[in-house]
Design a protein around this ligand. Sequence first.
Ligand SMILES: C[S@@+](CC[C@H](N)C(=O)[O-])C[C@H]1O[C@@H](n2cnc3c(N)ncnc32)[C@H](O)[C@@H]1O
Ligand code: SF4
Ligand code: SF4
Length: 328
Amino acid sequence: MLGNVPDYKLFKYNLHDRKSKSGINNSCNYPHKAVTIDVDGNCMICSCDGWLPISVCRIDDIETLDQIWNNPLAEKIQKDVDSKKFTWCSVDSCGIRKRDQIIKQHYVSVNVDESCNLACPSCRRSKIYRTDGEQFLARKKKTEHLLDLVNRFDKPIEIMMSGNGDPFASLIYRPLLLGMEPKENFNVRFLTNGLLLKKLMPKMKIKENIKYLDISIDAGDRKTYEKLRLGGKWDSLIENLNYVKQNMDSRVTLKFVLQRDNLASLDNFVALLEEYNFNGNIMPIEDWGVMPDFQSANIFSESHPDHPIMKKKLDQYRNHPLLFFHSI
Ligand SMILES: C[S@@+](CC[C@H](N)C(=O)[O-])C[C@H]1O[C@@H](n2cnc3c(N)ncnc32)[C@H](O)[C@@H]1O
Ligand code: SF4
Ligand code: SF4
């Protein structure tokens, strides 16, 4: 199996025990239906490529989406998970110890490019935006191929983009964005900074298929927003939120990665949710190895001076009907 772990995933692979487990009686069908596709076209058959970082094939090498789940390596993993051995699974992270992991429709998480119009300090040290060159062309070719596979797939499916880069800003995602065809049993979930929604949505054919629209904003006021979403303008965000409110039927969630510099903005974030009647999702900041001093931003650490204020604030909003707390 080790030979099928992408090099950059070896660290994650080695973090967990990759031996046969016992005593887990819950069931999981992700290896039969889910895939996460990375920048090199590696296909990892779980909803999170960090949990099962084994590439069963490359997107360039297949002619139908079904081939992702129907090949010898995929079948080996499926057999292992079906028999509840979970040999290669990160069972302490993925939730299988606590509950079944069952999805009804196929699920494709597309993470094929890091390009973005912003440079949020929690995510990257400087702006990444590919517009040409060998890598750009190779990645674009992969997305064009993926587009063809997705448009020809006739079973119920959810497409999610993206966990890296911005699906609306990246020119590598653009063929998917503009070329995906509407059809029955086809749901799309976008995770985006939302700043290009108003510009690009009218050009897309799948507006009605966008079931979930997750917009990361990390703030409730101009000053905090323009600091933490570097390159983003508050007026542009509001313009796009207004567009969404007036033109879209998707379930909208505004996302907030809680850290030292936006704790004081939380009240305004909640006020914004109430004004638009959007859902809100608060998540802890993680160390992505890009912040010069992660510890000073990490108010989740009990030794951080702002930790008690954070706890009090979170308790205040714990039962708010529009708020959902992720891993907090
Ligand atoms: C990398 S972004 C890609 C999608 C899109 N560009 C966006 O911002 O929503 C995915 C999510 O990661 C979040 N994020 C960024 N830096 C983070 C960090 N250090 N810890 C946890 N989440 C982070 C973003 O706020 C966003 O919700
Ligand atoms: S058991 Fe966990 S790691 Fe394994 S496939 Fe299911 S969700 Fe993924
Ligand atoms: S908008 Fe998303 S991808 Fe872009 S820099 Fe910010 S968190 Fe990263």
